[in-house]
Design a protein around this ligand. Structure first.
Ligand SMILES: CC/C=C\C/C=C\C/C=C\CC/C=C/CC(=O)SCCNC(=O)CCNC(=O)[C@H](O)C(C)(C)COP(=O)(O)OP(=O)(O)OC[C@H]1O[C@@H](n2cnc3c(N)ncnc32)[C@H](O)[C@@H]1OP(=O)(O)O
Length: 260
Protein backbone atom coordinates (compact mmCIF):
# COMPACT_ATOMS: atom_id res chain seq x y z
CA UNK A 1 0.00 0.00 0.00
CA UNK A 2 1.46 3.31 -1.02
CA UNK A 3 0.01 6.17 0.99
CA UNK A 4 0.06 5.13 4.62
CA UNK A 5 3.46 3.74 5.38
CA UNK A 6 3.53 2.24 8.83
CA UNK A 7 6.85 0.98 10.10
CA UNK A 8 6.60 -1.97 12.48
CA UNK A 9 9.32 -3.43 14.57
CA UNK A 10 8.97 -6.08 17.24
CA UNK A 11 11.92 -6.07 19.60
CA UNK A 12 13.08 -8.85 21.91
CA UNK A 13 10.89 -7.27 24.58
CA UNK A 14 7.78 -8.15 22.55
CA UNK A 15 7.07 -4.49 21.80
CA UNK A 16 6.23 -3.20 18.33
CA UNK A 17 6.73 0.41 17.34
CA UNK A 18 4.28 1.70 14.78
CA UNK A 19 5.17 5.00 13.14
CA UNK A 20 2.60 6.88 11.09
CA UNK A 21 4.17 8.14 7.91
CA UNK A 22 1.67 9.58 5.49
CA UNK A 23 2.80 13.09 4.53
CA UNK A 24 1.95 15.86 4.81
CA UNK A 25 -0.11 15.42 8.00
CA UNK A 26 -0.93 11.71 8.57
CA UNK A 27 -4.58 12.27 7.72
CA UNK A 28 -6.64 9.11 8.11
CA UNK A 29 -7.66 8.22 4.57
CA UNK A 30 -9.47 4.98 3.68
CA UNK A 31 -6.15 3.52 2.59
CA UNK A 32 -4.38 4.61 5.78
CA UNK A 33 -7.15 3.25 8.00
CA UNK A 34 -7.21 -0.06 6.16
CA UNK A 35 -3.47 -0.47 6.47
CA UNK A 36 -3.54 0.53 10.14
CA UNK A 37 -6.25 -2.05 10.93
CA UNK A 38 -4.40 -4.79 9.05
CA UNK A 39 -1.17 -3.94 10.90
CA UNK A 40 -2.97 -4.07 14.24
CA UNK A 41 -4.58 -7.40 13.34
CA UNK A 42 -1.19 -8.87 12.40
CA UNK A 43 0.39 -7.71 15.65
CA UNK A 44 -2.60 -8.97 17.66
CA UNK A 45 -2.19 -12.42 16.08
CA UNK A 46 1.56 -12.48 16.66
CA UNK A 47 2.21 -14.26 19.95
CA UNK A 48 5.63 -12.60 20.18
CA UNK A 49 3.97 -9.18 20.37
CA UNK A 50 2.60 -8.01 23.73
CA UNK A 51 2.58 -4.27 23.27
CA UNK A 52 2.62 -1.52 20.69
CA UNK A 53 3.88 2.05 20.85
CA UNK A 54 2.15 4.31 18.35
CA UNK A 55 3.89 7.47 17.21
CA UNK A 56 4.50 9.58 14.11
CA UNK A 57 7.45 9.65 11.75
CA UNK A 58 6.51 13.20 10.71
CA UNK A 59 7.71 16.28 12.57
CA UNK A 60 5.10 18.27 14.52
CA UNK A 61 2.08 16.11 13.58
CA UNK A 62 0.85 12.92 15.24
CA UNK A 63 -2.24 12.73 13.02
CA UNK A 64 -4.51 15.43 11.57
CA UNK A 65 -7.56 13.19 12.03
CA UNK A 66 -9.92 11.81 9.44
CA UNK A 67 -9.06 12.78 5.90
CA UNK A 68 -11.67 15.44 5.22
CA UNK A 69 -11.47 14.87 1.46
CA UNK A 70 -12.89 11.37 2.08
CA UNK A 71 -16.04 13.04 3.43
CA UNK A 72 -16.47 15.63 0.65
CA UNK A 73 -18.40 15.09 -2.58
CA UNK A 74 -18.14 11.30 -2.59
CA UNK A 75 -20.72 8.56 -3.28
CA UNK A 76 -22.87 6.79 -0.67
CA UNK A 77 -20.82 3.63 -1.36
CA UNK A 78 -17.62 5.50 -0.60
CA UNK A 79 -18.98 7.00 2.63
CA UNK A 80 -20.12 3.51 3.69
CA UNK A 81 -16.70 1.97 3.05
CA UNK A 82 -14.88 4.86 4.66
CA UNK A 83 -16.98 4.91 7.83
CA UNK A 84 -16.75 1.12 8.20
CA UNK A 85 -12.96 1.48 8.04
CA UNK A 86 -13.03 4.17 10.77
CA UNK A 87 -15.17 1.90 12.96
CA UNK A 88 -12.92 -1.10 12.27
CA UNK A 89 -9.79 0.82 13.24
CA UNK A 90 -11.34 1.92 16.55
CA UNK A 91 -12.78 -1.53 17.39
CA UNK A 92 -9.34 -3.08 16.85
CA UNK A 93 -7.37 -0.45 18.74
CA UNK A 94 -9.74 0.18 21.67
CA UNK A 95 -10.40 -3.56 21.96
CA UNK A 96 -6.78 -4.63 21.61
CA UNK A 97 -5.41 -7.20 24.03
CA UNK A 98 -1.97 -5.66 23.65
CA UNK A 99 -0.68 -2.85 25.83
CA UNK A 100 -1.03 0.26 23.69
CA UNK A 101 0.96 3.43 24.38
CA UNK A 102 0.56 6.60 22.34
CA UNK A 103 3.75 8.66 22.06
CA UNK A 104 2.13 11.86 20.84
CA UNK A 105 4.93 13.81 19.16
CA UNK A 106 2.82 16.48 17.49
CA UNK A 107 -0.66 17.90 17.07
CA UNK A 108 -3.50 15.47 17.20
CA UNK A 109 -6.95 16.82 16.38
CA UNK A 110 -10.21 14.81 16.14
CA UNK A 111 -9.57 11.32 14.70
CA UNK A 112 -5.90 11.69 15.70
CA UNK A 113 -7.01 12.37 19.26
CA UNK A 114 -9.33 9.33 19.08
CA UNK A 115 -6.33 7.13 18.30
CA UNK A 116 -4.44 8.48 21.31
CA UNK A 117 -7.53 8.19 23.56
CA UNK A 118 -7.98 4.57 22.50
CA UNK A 119 -4.55 3.61 23.83
CA UNK A 120 -3.92 2.51 27.41
CA UNK A 121 -1.53 5.37 28.12
CA UNK A 122 -0.70 8.70 26.47
CA UNK A 123 2.62 10.50 26.67
CA UNK A 124 2.88 13.83 24.85
CA UNK A 125 5.81 16.02 23.90
CA UNK A 126 5.70 19.04 26.22
CA UNK A 127 5.51 21.57 23.39
CA UNK A 128 2.70 24.12 23.94
CA UNK A 129 2.43 24.51 20.14
CA UNK A 130 1.15 20.92 19.93
CA UNK A 131 -2.54 20.51 20.65
CA UNK A 132 -4.95 17.63 21.03
CA UNK A 133 -8.73 17.31 21.31
CA UNK A 134 -11.97 16.38 19.62
CA UNK A 135 -12.57 19.58 17.62
CA UNK A 136 -15.39 18.25 15.42
CA UNK A 137 -17.80 21.00 16.53
CA UNK A 138 -15.41 23.59 15.06
CA UNK A 139 -15.89 21.95 11.65
CA UNK A 140 -19.68 22.02 12.04
CA UNK A 141 -19.79 18.25 12.50
CA UNK A 142 -20.60 16.12 15.53
CA UNK A 143 -18.30 13.60 17.20
CA UNK A 144 -20.02 10.19 16.99
CA UNK A 145 -21.19 8.59 20.26
CA UNK A 146 -18.24 6.21 20.41
CA UNK A 147 -15.71 9.04 20.02
CA UNK A 148 -17.57 10.72 22.90
CA UNK A 149 -17.67 7.54 25.01
CA UNK A 150 -13.93 7.02 24.55
CA UNK A 151 -13.30 10.64 25.59
CA UNK A 152 -15.57 10.40 28.64
CA UNK A 153 -13.79 7.21 29.75
CA UNK A 154 -10.50 9.11 29.82
CA UNK A 155 -11.37 12.55 31.23
CA UNK A 156 -14.82 12.16 32.79
CA UNK A 157 -18.19 13.55 31.80
CA UNK A 158 -17.89 17.24 32.71
CA UNK A 159 -14.55 17.88 31.04
CA UNK A 160 -15.64 15.88 27.97
CA UNK A 161 -18.94 17.77 27.72
CA UNK A 162 -17.32 21.21 27.80
CA UNK A 163 -14.47 20.23 25.52
CA UNK A 164 -16.75 18.55 22.96
CA UNK A 165 -19.31 21.36 22.85
CA UNK A 166 -16.56 23.92 22.31
CA UNK A 167 -14.62 21.67 19.93
CA UNK A 168 -11.54 22.53 21.98
CA UNK A 169 -8.01 21.77 20.90
CA UNK A 170 -5.97 21.76 24.09
CA UNK A 171 -2.31 22.79 24.06
CA UNK A 172 -0.16 20.03 25.57
CA UNK A 173 0.14 21.57 29.11
CA UNK A 174 -3.66 22.04 29.32
CA UNK A 175 -4.30 18.55 27.93
CA UNK A 176 -2.12 17.20 30.74
CA UNK A 177 -3.96 19.25 33.37
CA UNK A 178 -7.30 17.87 32.12
CA UNK A 179 -6.05 14.27 32.14
CA UNK A 180 -6.40 13.99 28.39
CA UNK A 181 -2.75 12.92 28.30
CA UNK A 182 -1.08 11.12 31.19
CA UNK A 183 2.38 12.64 31.01
CA UNK A 184 4.38 15.35 29.29
CA UNK A 185 8.04 14.85 28.52
CA UNK A 186 10.64 16.70 26.43
CA UNK A 187 10.27 15.56 22.83
CA UNK A 188 13.70 13.90 22.72
CA UNK A 189 12.74 11.73 25.72
CA UNK A 190 9.36 10.62 24.34
CA UNK A 191 10.30 7.19 22.99
CA UNK A 192 12.51 6.40 25.98
CA UNK A 193 9.63 7.22 28.32
CA UNK A 194 7.15 5.23 26.21
CA UNK A 195 9.44 2.19 26.42
CA UNK A 196 9.72 2.59 30.21
CA UNK A 197 5.93 2.84 30.62
CA UNK A 198 5.49 -0.17 28.37
CA UNK A 199 7.93 -2.21 30.46
CA UNK A 200 5.99 -1.28 33.60
CA UNK A 201 2.67 -2.41 32.09
CA UNK A 202 4.20 -5.59 30.64
CA UNK A 203 5.59 -6.56 34.05
CA UNK A 204 2.10 -7.79 34.95
CA UNK A 205 0.71 -11.14 33.82
CA UNK A 206 -1.02 -10.62 30.46
CA UNK A 207 -4.21 -12.53 31.32
CA UNK A 208 -5.02 -10.42 34.41
CA UNK A 209 -4.32 -7.14 32.62
CA UNK A 210 -6.26 -8.18 29.51
CA UNK A 211 -9.35 -9.31 31.46
CA UNK A 212 -9.30 -6.06 33.41
CA UNK A 213 -9.02 -4.03 30.21
CA UNK A 214 -11.93 -5.93 28.68
CA UNK A 215 -14.01 -5.35 31.80
CA UNK A 216 -13.36 -1.60 31.61
CA UNK A 217 -13.97 -1.19 27.86
CA UNK A 218 -16.51 -3.86 26.91
CA UNK A 219 -19.70 -1.84 27.35
CA UNK A 220 -18.47 0.94 25.07
CA UNK A 221 -17.18 -1.49 22.43
CA UNK A 222 -20.39 -3.55 22.54
CA UNK A 223 -22.46 -0.42 21.99
CA UNK A 224 -20.85 0.26 18.63
CA UNK A 225 -20.91 -3.42 17.62
CA UNK A 226 -24.67 -3.50 18.35
CA UNK A 227 -25.34 -0.28 16.42
CA UNK A 228 -22.72 -0.47 13.69
CA UNK A 229 -25.06 -0.37 10.68
CA UNK A 230 -27.21 2.35 12.25
CA UNK A 231 -24.04 4.38 12.92
CA UNK A 232 -23.03 4.06 9.25
CA UNK A 233 -26.52 5.21 8.18
CA UNK A 234 -26.30 8.18 10.57
CA UNK A 235 -22.90 9.13 9.22
CA UNK A 236 -24.11 8.96 5.61
CA UNK A 237 -27.25 10.97 6.23
CA UNK A 238 -25.27 13.56 8.25
CA UNK A 239 -22.36 13.93 5.87
CA UNK A 240 -24.60 13.98 2.77
CA UNK A 241 -26.44 17.11 3.92
CA UNK A 242 -25.58 20.11 1.76
CA UNK A 243 -25.07 22.26 4.89
CA UNK A 244 -22.46 19.79 6.23
CA UNK A 245 -20.73 19.54 2.86
CA UNK A 246 -20.57 23.34 2.79
CA UNK A 247 -19.03 23.47 6.29
CA UNK A 248 -16.41 20.88 5.34
CA UNK A 249 -15.52 22.69 2.10
CA UNK A 250 -15.21 26.01 3.96
CA UNK A 251 -12.98 24.36 6.56
CA UNK A 252 -10.69 22.95 3.86
CA UNK A 253 -10.53 26.38 2.22
CA UNK A 254 -9.67 27.94 5.58
CA UNK A 255 -6.80 25.44 6.00
CA UNK A 256 -5.46 26.33 2.56
CA UNK A 257 -5.84 30.11 3.10
CA UNK A 258 -4.00 29.89 6.43
CA UNK A 259 -0.85 29.09 4.45
CA UNK A 260 -0.98 32.07 2.10
C1 LIG B 1 -26.65 14.06 15.65
C2 LIG B 1 -25.45 13.45 15.02
C3 LIG B 1 -25.82 12.33 14.18
C4 LIG B 1 -24.97 11.59 13.59
C5 LIG B 1 -23.51 11.76 13.66
C6 LIG B 1 -22.90 10.68 12.89
C7 LIG B 1 -21.75 10.77 12.41
C8 LIG B 1 -20.87 11.96 12.63
C9 LIG B 1 -20.51 12.62 11.39
C10 LIG B 1 -19.31 13.01 11.16
C11 LIG B 1 -18.20 12.81 12.10
C12 LIG B 1 -16.92 12.83 11.37
C13 LIG B 1 -15.78 12.83 12.30
C14 LIG B 1 -14.63 13.43 11.96
C15 LIG B 1 -13.45 13.43 12.81
C16 LIG B 1 -12.25 14.05 12.16
O1 LIG B 1 -11.16 13.59 12.36
S1 LIG B 1 -12.46 15.40 11.14
C17 LIG B 1 -10.83 16.00 10.81
C18 LIG B 1 -10.47 17.05 11.81
N1 LIG B 1 -9.13 17.50 11.58
C19 LIG B 1 -8.76 18.76 11.71
O2 LIG B 1 -9.54 19.62 12.05
C20 LIG B 1 -7.31 19.08 11.43
C21 LIG B 1 -7.17 20.03 10.33
N2 LIG B 1 -5.77 20.31 10.08
C22 LIG B 1 -5.04 21.19 10.80
O3 LIG B 1 -5.49 21.77 11.76
C23 LIG B 1 -3.64 21.39 10.35
O4 LIG B 1 -3.52 20.93 9.04
C24 LIG B 1 -2.58 20.67 11.22
C25 LIG B 1 -2.50 21.36 12.60
C26 LIG B 1 -2.91 19.20 11.40
C27 LIG B 1 -1.20 20.80 10.53
O5 LIG B 1 -0.92 22.14 10.28
P1 LIG B 1 0.25 22.51 9.23
O6 LIG B 1 1.47 21.75 9.56
O7 LIG B 1 0.33 23.99 9.20
O8 LIG B 1 -0.26 21.91 7.84
P2 LIG B 1 -1.37 22.51 6.85
O9 LIG B 1 -2.52 23.01 7.63
O10 LIG B 1 -0.71 23.44 5.91
O11 LIG B 1 -1.84 21.17 6.11
C28 LIG B 1 -1.04 20.56 5.08
C29 LIG B 1 -1.96 20.00 4.02
O12 LIG B 1 -2.76 18.97 4.61
C30 LIG B 1 -4.15 19.26 4.42
N3 LIG B 1 -4.90 18.72 5.58
C31 LIG B 1 -4.70 19.03 6.85
N4 LIG B 1 -5.54 18.30 7.65
C32 LIG B 1 -6.27 17.54 6.82
C33 LIG B 1 -7.30 16.59 7.04
N5 LIG B 1 -7.75 16.27 8.27
N6 LIG B 1 -7.86 15.99 5.97
C34 LIG B 1 -7.42 16.28 4.71
N7 LIG B 1 -6.45 17.20 4.45
C35 LIG B 1 -5.88 17.81 5.49
C36 LIG B 1 -4.21 20.76 4.32
O13 LIG B 1 -5.39 21.19 3.68
C37 LIG B 1 -2.96 21.04 3.50
O14 LIG B 1 -3.25 20.73 2.18
P3 LIG B 1 -2.57 21.57 0.95
O15 LIG B 1 -1.09 21.38 1.12
O16 LIG B 1 -3.01 22.97 1.12
O17 LIG B 1 -3.12 20.93 -0.29
Amino acid sequence: MAAATLARRIGRSGVAVMKFKSPPVNSLSLEFLTEFSISLEKLENNRACRGVIITSALPKIFSSGLDITEMCGKSIEHYTEFWRAVQEMWLRLYGSNMVTVAAVNGSSPAGGCLIALSCDYRIMAENPKFSIGLNEAQLGIVAPFWFKDTFVNVVGHRIAERSLQLGSLHPAPEAHKLGLVDELVPEEKLMEKAAAVMAQWLALPDHARQLTKTMMRKAVLDRLVAHREEDIKNFISFVSKESIQKSLRMYMEMLKKKKS
